[in-house]
Write a protein of this length. Structure first.
Length: 85
């Protein structure tokens, strides 16, 4: 039986790779492959709740990419899984 935390990390790997140097077409495709079409992304203002991977990309990420032409994402810490406590 596989660990759900490891499975989830593997699922988001393509999104993280696409966001590393933020290639918009790759990010959009990776979100479409990874996220359910009816997923809801809950964000703070000014983004609010965004429906589906297209809504998330168009409503939040596209604007950030335009504002920061060198937009990139780095995961310095990624935590998942259970604890003995």
């Amino acid at each position: 039986m596989s660990d759900p935390a490891d499975s989830n990390k593997a699922r988001i790997a393509t999104v993280a790779e696409a966001m590393y140097d933020f290639a918009p077409d790759r990010v959009r495709a990776a979100l479409g492959e990874t996220c359910a079409p009816d997923a809801v992304f809950h964000h703070c203002a000014p983004f609010g709740d965004l429906a589906g991977p297209e809504g998330f990309f168009d409503g939040a990420l596209a604007g950030l990419s335009e504002a920061w032409p060198d937009l990139e994402r780095r995961d310095y810490i990624r935590i998942a899984g259970g604890t003995e406590r």
